[in-house]
Design a protein around this ligand. Structure first.
Ligand SMILES: [Zn+2]
Length: 304
């Protein structure tokens, strides 16, 4: 799923192409995409783009009159830019935003259609779309620490909870925890002050570094190669491959739909997260979700 670095680079590419441009029309080609009834797509035609914003993992396109089109790409949704006179939108199109200078299309691969479009008006409408997580690039250490420790969760779950932190998902949380050299199943309220400090620095550095890399990759073009699995990632999507820091094989915790990757030497003191007591628990009932894993960890450590 596109996360903060991907969304930021999408927004910059959109700013260069549609900010100040007149939106001719929004064409919605599948009824499941649009999740709101008022305002309708036809109320957006003829209005100029006045702002672009990231709201969590969503992209918000604002036009005159404080009307906003808010896109959530979910896992397989992608944006494409088709300059006018060039190749026009092809297959798997869910929606097209037409401008004089070109067309912005939304596609979604696969059969599970989960991407969404909300059309809203005003700051209240936009706020309703915001899960409320802290923007780590603008938050200071104390705001970061409060969000992190407000409730006792595993680090992996806390970082990916959109109500706590904005725009961080499965891929970049793996990278952040590797940079911070912290275990994905460490409990947030058990962290030492020094560890919270390290996580804060690693979170900002990792997201800023990846945003720069993606920006450089896209160059002047539209970002077309958006994926959760990037060359140069240290652990995410690299199960069984050597950790770039210590060369230990990257390990994983598997769930039904995805997995958490980590280096046992750099992050968990050499411990495989499926060893000893925990593995007895896990063998009987392998967690299907991060939430289930967290309750198993909590039970195993006496609920602390
Ligand atoms: Zn390592």
């Amino acid at each position: 799923m596109p996360e903060l670095p991907d969304i930021t680079v999408y927004l910059e590419a959109l700013e260069a192409r549609i900010l100040g441009q007149r939106l001719e029309q929004i064409r919605v080609s599948t009824p499941f995409l649009l999740r709101t009834t008022q305002p309708g797509p036809d109320q957006f035609g003829g209005r100029s783009v006045v702002g672009l914003r990231r709201i969590g993992k969503r992209i918000a396109i604002g036009v005159d009159g404080d009307f906003w089109a808010v896109l959530h790409l979910m896992i397989a949704g992608r944006l494409h830019w088709h300059p006018s006179g060039g190749k026009q939108p092809g297959r798997n199109i869910l929606a097209v935003f037409d401008f004089a200078s070109g067309a912005l299309s939304l596609t979604e691969a696969g059969s599970r259609k989960r991407a969404s479009l909300h059309l809203v008006q005003g700051e209240d409408g936009l706020r309703a779309m915001d899960p409320g997580g802290v923007d780590v690039l603008s938050a200071d250490l104390s705001a970061f620490a409060s969000a992190l420790t407000a409730t006792n969760h595993t680090l992996k779950r806390a970082l990916t909870d959109p109500r706590l932190f904005s725009g961080i998902g499965n891929a970049y949380s793996d990278e952040i925890l590797h940079t911070a050299q912290l275990s994905p199943i460490a409990m947030t309220q058990k962290l030492k002050v020094e560890e919270i400090d390290r996580l804060y620095v690693a979170t900002r550095a990792s997201l800023a570094d990846w945003t720069n890399r993606l920006r450089t990759d896209a160059g002047a073009g539209f970002p077309e190669k958006v994926t959760a699995f990037r060359k140069g990632m240290a652990v995410h999507g690299r199960y069984g491959e050597p950790c770039p820091r210590c060369e230990t094989k990257v390990q994983r915790i598997r769930y039904a739909d995805n997995e958490t990757n980590y280096c046992p030497k750099c992050q968990t003191g050499g411990r495989l997260l499926a060893d000893r007591g925990l593995s007895r628990l896990l063998k009987q009932d392998w967690p299907r979700t991060m939430e289930q894993l967290e309750s198993l960890v909590a039970a195993h450590s006496g609920g602390k």
